[in-house]
Design a protein. Structure first.
Length: 215
């Protein structure tokens, strides 16, 4: 079992949580949602001496995906996202880079993952959970060994992701949370795309947007 450490850094003008999932035994690293500041993240990884093994994207919005391809090209690694998010990544009108940033951009994933697909990178295994609702192909990444799920903009501490962007749906988002996230072990730590970490039990008990009493 890998000895895993999780670090958080904030990127993009809207303070997106970018996560570094580190295998302390091997010195290998997975980067999740690098939405901005590619030069700074590249420098930080170079200085750390860690070996980057891959980049995971919970969804294709600019504030989560914006720096992924530049970093991947620098280190020669692949970008991973859910298979249904390919169009969002590639279209500025869907990834919001044009409207919100004024700099239309297209992104891409090298590996398109299926629901429940397991992948091992850097000695760390994660499962891809398809959790649409914020976007059509949004997903969460569950690391059982670390008792951690990276939920992107699906589930927040006491809140949920916006559903008023293209492809969003509150009913779909609620189903994703109930069927994919609330069924995880209660002590699983939720690492959201913005704001504070929480746990599955805490959200099942207190989240006013998706109550768990009707599961």
């Amino acid at each position: 079992m890998a000895n895993i450490k999780i670090e958080t850094t904030h990127v993009s003008p809207i303070m997106t949580n970018c996560y570094l999932v580190i295998n302390l035994d091997s010195g290998e690293l997975i980067l999740i949602d690098p939405g901005d500041n590619a030069p700074g993240l590249i420098e930080s990884i170079d200085d750390s001496g860690l070996a980057l093994r891959g980049i995971l994207l919970t969804h294709g919005h600019f504030d989560h995906a914006g720096a992924a391809n530049e970093i991947a090209d620098h280190f020669g690694v692949s970008v991973y996202a859910h298979e249904k998010e390919a169009e969002v990544l590639s279209a500025p009108s869907l990834n919001l880079s044009g409207g919100m940033m004024g700099r239309p951009a297209a992104y891409k994933a090298d590996r398109l993952l299926k629901d429940d697909e397991e992948v091992t990178l850097g000695g760390m295994t994660f499962k891809t959970l398809y959790t649409p609702g914020h976007t059509v192909g949004g997903c969460s990444f569950y690391f059982p060994e670390a008792k951690a799920v990276f939920a992107g903009d699906t589930l927040f501490c006491g809140s949920v992701g916006r559903t008023d962007f293209p492809g969003g749906s509150m009913s779909v988002l609620s189903n994703s949370i109930r069927e994919k996230l609330y069924t995880l072990p209660g002590d699983t730590v939720v690492y959201p795309g913005h704001d504070s970490i929480t746990t599955i039990d805490q959200e099942k008990e207190n989240n006013p947007f998706v109550p768990a009493d009707d599961i």
